[in-house]
Design a protein around this ligand. Structure first.
Ligand SMILES: Cc1ncc(COP(=O)(O)O)c(C=O)c1O
Length: 924
C-alpha cells in the first residue's frame, strides 16, 4: 500500500495535533462520496465526476493509512479494487464499514471489522457506552506495534502473520503490527498513530521516507534535534530510539540487531531502548517483551489490590459502618444510596491499612509501588499521592521546604493554599506581581525580569541566603504558561540551590504530549539536568561568566541579560503539585506532588512531617485508587487524549472567532490578547491557519517568555452585554453547560480529556442561539435598546476597575522597612488578629475609611480578603490597604468574598496594637 502512496503535502498545525480526528473526518468524507457515487450510478448522471472525487480522496487517505494497522493492506487493497473496477456499491459499503469502525474503535475488538466480506457492525457503538449498559463481553485492550524494518515490503505480510501466530489466550492484550521502512516513517508513525505502544527497530533501515516530508524534516531538526547530516553510520537505530522516546517517553522501544548486542547494551546510546535482541533470536521473546512492557504501564498495584479486597468476605469490627454496605443495603431508609452507587463502592471501603491495603501515611506496599509508577509516568524522581486536593499538596510542600524566617519569592495571585502555607510555616512571602490584563479583569503571570529583580534586591540587602524558594503557578488559571526552563536557569544563576515550587494544578496532563511538556516543571528539570551535564554548557558558561562577572546586584544590565548558573554549583530542586482530578480521570481531591530534587535527602524528614501534618489519618481509598488508574490511563492513552483535547480547543477557537453571527458578540481571547507583545518575541498572534502553522507554535513555545495554553479558552461575553457571573449562570440554568471560572467580562471554557465534539457543538449552538436573540432584540428594540446595549457593553469592557497590586506589609511586620525587598511576617500579622482586642471593624463605604486613607493612621488588614472572582487575596494579613484596593473593593460586584462580611466591614489591625509590636522577629 505504501507503494501507492502519494507524496505528503505540507501539514499544518491542525493536522499534527489532530491526526486521529482528521483521519476519521476524511473517512467520513469518503464514505459520503461513496454513497453519492452509488446514487449517481443508479440515477445515471454525474457518476464520472463523483468517481474522480472519490479517487482523489482515496489517494489522499492512502498516504496516511500506511502508518496505521487498521484498515490495513488487505482492506485497503479491496477498497482500491472496488474503486478501479467501478463497483460503486461495494466501494460505498467497505468505506462506510471502515469509517464506522474507526469512529467507534470497533476494529479494536471485532474481527469482522477487518474482513472485507463480513457485513456485521451491529455492536460497533457498544464500546462507547457506559459499562452497565453495554451488551457485549469485555474484551482485551488493543494496541499497535510499529516495526521499522529494512526488509523488502513484499515480505511484510508474512512477517505480520508470523507474529500473529504467537498470540495465546493467556495474553492480557492483543496487538497488530504496522511496518514502515525508514527513520522518517518511524518518526511519523510514532507521531500520527496514537495506538502505538511499542516501536520495534530492526537495524539497517534507511533515513529517508519514500514520501516527501519537508514538514517532518523540519520538525525533527527543530524539536527532536535530529540532524540527518550528523548521524554517524550505524547510529540510525539508536538515534530513532532517542527521537521516539523524546517525543513519546511512555512508548517502549526494542532494538533488533545482528551487531554485538553485549557491547551495544551497555552503551549510553541504547539507554532509551527497553531491550536489545540479537536479530536471530526467537520472535517469541520479542512478543513477550512487548506485552510485558505494556503490562508494566497497565499495572495498577493499589486499584488491583482494592478490587481483590472487595471480593473477600471480610468481617469488620472497625469504625467504618459503611464498609461492606450492610448498614446501607439492609436499611429501611437509605437503600437508594446503595442502588445509586452500586455494591462495589461499599465492598471497597475500609479503614484497614493491612490485609492487602497499604497506608498512605507510611506506604510500604502497593501505595509505595503506585507512587513509584506515578513518578515514572510523570518523569519525576518521586511522586506522592494526596487525597485532599492540591490545596493540601501546596501546604505540604511549603511546610516541607520552609522554616520560619525563610523568604519565598511568590506570585501574589497564587492560590490561597500557598499564602496559608506561609502562615503555617512562618515563611515570609516576598510578593511579586504578574502583569495585569486590566481589560479582562485578570492577571497574567510574573515576568522573569520582576523575579530576577527580587533576587537581586535580596542579594543587595545581604539576605540571599534566606531566600529559600520561588513559588509560581504554571499554567495560570487563564492559561499563561511560563518558560519554565528559562525562569529556573536565570534564577539559579543568582542562587544555585534555589528551590522551585511550580503549582501546576491545571496542568498535570501536560506531561503527556510533547507540545505542552516543554512548558512543564518536571520536563524543564529533566532538560536542565541534561544541559548542565553537557561539556558544551561549560564553554557557554565560561563565556558568560567572563562577560557578567560576579553578578553585581546593582548592575541593572543583568535584568536584560540571559543569566547562566555555574555548572559546578547548580542543583536542580523542583517540586510540582497538580490536581490530578482537574485534568485526568481521578476522583475529586485526587492530587499529586512530584519531586525532582537533587538534595531531597535534606528535605525528606521535613517532608514526612509536613505530609503527616496535613494528611488525614483516614484517607479516602477510592481517591487513592483513582489516582493509580488515572496514571495508568495517561501512560497508555494520554498522548491520544491530550492531543485530541488540544485539537478540540483549537477548533472551538477557530469556529467561534470566525463564525459570522457568533463573532459579532462573542470572542475567544487570542494569544495576542492574553500575552502582551513584549513577552511574545515570536510574534505568534493566534493558533492555526491562516495566522500560524504548528512550526510557528513550537518555535513560540520554545522561546517566548509566556505562551497561552490553547485548551484554556477565555470567552469574552462582555461584548454581548453579559458579565461573567451572569453568563455562567445563564449557561448553567438555561443550557446545562457548566464552565470553569469567570471574570468581570469573560468566562473560562476549558477543554479536557473528557470532551467530545458534541460538547463543542453544543457550546457553538448555544452561542449562535444567544447571538440570534441579541440580534433580534436590538433590531426590534430600536435606538433605545441599542443605546442601552452599547452602554452595558461599555461598562463591562471599558469601565473596568484597575486591579490593585500588593502594596506592602506594614512596617511592624518588616525587618527592614527601608529595604527594597518587600517580604513580611505574615504569620505574626495573622495571629495578632486572634486577639480581638487588636482588631477593629470599619465599614467599606464609610467616611472613616476615606479619612484614614487621606490622613492616616494607615489601614492594615487583619486577614486575607479573597474575592471570587478573581480568586487571589487582594489583602493579606499585615498588608497596608491603599486607595486602589478600596476603590477595587467598592467596585466589586461579586457575591463571594472570603474574609469580608459587608455587614461587619473590613477587619483591621488597630494602630495601637501595631505600635505595640516589639520587633519583627517576635513570631519566629
Ligand atoms: C492554581 C491552583 N492551585 C491549587 C488549587 C487547589 O487545588 P484543589 O482544588 O485540588 O485543592 C487551585 C484550585 O482551583 C488552583 O487554581
Amino acid at each position: 500500500m505504501a507503494n501507492t502512496a502519494a507524496p505528503a503535502t505540507t501539514t499544518d498545525l491542525r493536522d499534527f495535533f489532530s491526526a486521529a480526528e482528521a483521519r476519521t473526518d476524511r473517512w467520513r468524507q469518503l464514505s459520503a462520496c461513496g454513497r453519492a457515487w452509488t446514487s449517481a450510478v443508479e440515477m445515471g448522471n454525474d457518476a464520472e465526476r463523483v468517481h474522480a472525487e472519490a479517487g482523489r480522496l482515496l489517494h489522499e487517505i492512502a498516504a496516511l493509512e500506511a502508518y496505521w494497522a487498521y484498515p490495513g493492506p488487505r482492506l485497503m487493497a479491496t477498497v482500491g479494487e472496488a474503486f478501479r473496477d467501478r463497483h460503486a456499491a461495494v466501494f460505498a459499503r467497505l468505506v462506510q464499514k471502515i469509517s464506522n469502525a474507526l469512529l467507534t474503535g470497533g476494529y479494536r475488538h471485532d474481527s469482522a471489522a477487518w474482513d472485507p466480506l463480513e457485513e456485521g457492525e451491529a455492536r460497533a457503538f457498544d464500546a462507547l457506552l457506559p459499562p452497565d449498559v453495554q451488551s457485549g463481553n469485555s474484551h482485551k485492550p488493543y494496541f499497535e506495534v510499529l516495526v521499522v524494518t529494512p526488509n523488502d515490503p513484499r515480505g511484510w505480510e508474512r512477517a505480520r502473520s508470523e507474529l500473529k501466530r504467537l498470540r495465546r489466550p493467556e495474553d492480557l492484550f492483543v496487538y497488530e503490527i504496522v511496518q514502515v521502512g525508514s527513520f522518517e516513517d518511524g518518526c511519523l508513525g510514532t507521531i500520527l498513530n496514537t495506538n502505538v505502544q511499542a516501536v520495534v527497530v530492526y537495524d539497517g533501515f534507511q533515513f529517508q521516507s519514500r514520501h516527501d516530508l519537508p514538514v517532518l524534516r523540519d520538525f525533527l531538526l527543530r524539536s527532536l534535534r535530529v540532524d540527518p547530516s550528523s548521524i554517524a553510520p550505524g547510529e540510525l537505530a539508536t538515534t530513532l530510539a532517542r527521537a521516539v522516546k523524546s517525543y513519546r517517553p511512555e512508548v517502549d522501544v526494542y532494538l533488533l540487531t545482528d551487531r554485538a548486542v553485549e557491547h551495544l547494551a551497555g552503551s549510553e546510546a541504547t539507554a532509551p531502548v527497553r531491550r536489545i535482541f540479537h536479530d536471530v533470536e526467537e520472535l517469541m521473546e520479542v512478543h513477550l517483551s512487548i506485552l510485558d512492557g505494556v503490562s508494566d504501564r497497565y499495572e495498577t498495584p493499589y486499584f488491583t489490590n482494592l478490587k481483590k479486597y472487595a471480593q473477600r468476605p471480610v468481617g469488620t469490627f472497625h469504625a467504618l459502618p459503611i464498609a461492606r454496605g450492610k448498614s446501607v443495603f439492609r436499611s429501611n431508609w437509605i437503600r437508594d444510596m446503595g442502588h445509586f452507587y452500586g455494591t462495589n463502592l461499599f465492598l471497597a471501603e475500609s479503614s484497614a491499612t493491612t490485609g492487602g491495603l497499604d497506608s498512605l501515611l507510611e506506604p510500604t506496599g502497593n501505595i509505595k509501588r503506585a507512587q513509584e509508577l506515578a513518578a515514572r509516568a510523570f518523569g519525576a524522581k518521586r511522586a506522592y499521592l494526596a487525597t485532599n486536593g492540591t490545596s493540601t499538596s501546596n501546604k505540604i510542600v511549603v511546610q516541607a521546604i520552609c522554616k520560619p524566617g525563610d523568604i519565598v519569592i511568590v506570585d501574589r495571585n497564587c492560590h490561597k493554599s500557598h499564602h496559608y502555607g506561609f502562615v503555617l510555616a512562618g515563611a515570609q512571602p516576598y510578593y511579586v506581581e504578574a502583569y495585569p490584563l486590566t481589560e479582562y479583569s485578570m492577571y497574567g503571570a510574573v515576568p522573569l525580569r520582576t523575579i530576577k529583580q527580587a533576587l537581586l534586591h535580596c542579594k543587595a540587602e545581604g539576605k540571599l541566603d534566606r531566600v529559600r524558594a520561588v513559588d509560581l503557578t504554571n499554567c495560570t488559571f487563564d492559561g499563561h504558561m511560563y518558560n519554565v526552563r528559562r525562569v529556573m536557569e536565570e534564577c539559579l544563576a543568582s542562587k544555585p540551590d534555589l528551590i522551585f515550587l511550580w503549582d501546576e494544578a491545571w496542568f498535570g496532563f501536560a506531561r503527556f504530549n510533547p507540545f505542552h511538556r516543554r512548558r512543564t516543571a518536571i520536563g524543564a528539570a529533566a532538560a536542565l539536568t541534561g544541559r548542565y551535564r553537557d561539556p558544551a554548557y561549560r564553554q557557554e558558561y565560561k563565556a558568560f561568566a567572563a562577560k557578567a562577572g560576579s553578578l553585581d546586584p546593582t548592575n541593572l544590565e543583568l535584568l536584560d541579560m540571559h543569566l547562566l548558573p555555574d555548572p559546578d554549583r547548580v542543583r536542580i530542586r523542583v517540586y510540582q503539585t497538580h490536581s490530578t482530578h482537574k485534568s485526568m480521570s481521578a476522583l475529586r481531591q485526587g492530587s499529586m506532588i512530584l519531586v525532582w530534587d537533587e538534595d531531597f535527602h535534606h528535605v525528606e524528614g521535613p517532608f514526612e512531617e509536613a505530609f503527616f501534618t496535613h494528611t488525614s489519618t483516614s484517607p479516602n481509598l477510592q481517591i487513592i485508587a483513582s489516582l493509580d488508574v488515572a496514571r495508568r490511563q495517561m501512560e497508555l492513552e494520554g498522548y491520544e487524549l491530550t492531543m485530541k483535547m488540544t485539537e478540540l480547543a483549537l477548533k472551538l477557537r477557530r469556529d467561534i472567532n470566525t463564525h459570522p453571527l457568533i463573532s459579532r458578540y462573542f470572542r475567544i481571547a487570542t494569544p495576542a490578547e492574553m500575552v502582551p507583545a513584549e513577552f511574545r518575541n515570536s510574534g505568534l498572534a493566534d493558533y492555526g491557519p491562516p495566522t500560524s502553522t504548528w512550526k510557528d507554535v513550537v518555535e513560540a513555545w520554545n522561546g517566548d517568555e509566556f505562551a497561552l495554553d490553547p485548551t484554556r479558552l477565555t470567552l469574552i461575553c462582555g461584548t454581548a452585554g453579559f458579565d461573567g457571573t451572569q453568563f455562567k449562570n445563564l449557561l448553567a440554568e438555561r443550557f446545562d453547560i457548566q464552565i470553569n471560572k469567570t471574570s468581570r467580562n469573560s468566562i473560562l471554557v476549558q477543554t479536557n480529556i473528557n470532551n467530545t465534539r458534541s460538547d463543542a457543538a453544543l457550546l457553538i449552538k448555544v452561542l449562535a442561539e444567544l447571538s440570534r436573540e441579541i440580534d433580534t432584540r436590538l433590531a426590534e428594540g430600536g435606538p433605545p435598546e441599542r443605546e442601552r446595549f452599547a452602554a452595558r457593553v461599555k461598562a463591562l469592557m471599558t469601565d473596568v476597575p484597575d486591579l490593585p497590586n500588593f502594596s506592602r506589609f506594614h512596617d511592624a511586620f518588616r525587618d527592614n522597612p527601608k529595604g527594597a525587598s518587600n517580604e513580611g511576617h505574615i504569620r505574626g500579622a495573622f495571629f495578632m488578629a486572634y486577639d480581638e482586642a487588636n482588631c477593629e471593624l470599619i465599614k467599606l463605604a464609610s467616611k472613616e475609611i476615606d479619612d484614614r486613607l487621606r490622613s492616616g493612621p494607615e489601614l492594615v488588614s487583619a486577614n486575607f480578603v479573597i474575592p471570587y472572582p478573581p480568586g487571589f487575596p487582594i489583602m493579606v494579613p499585615g498588608q497596608v490597604i491603599t486607595a486602589e484596593t478600596i476603590a477595587f473593593m467598592r467596585k466589586l460586584d461579586v457575591k463571594e468574598i472570603h474574609g469580608y462580611h459587608a455587614a461587619h466591614g473590613l477587619k483591621l489591625l488597630k494602630p495601637a496594637a501595631l505600635a505595640g509590636r516589639k520587633g519583627a522577629h517576635v513570631d519566629q
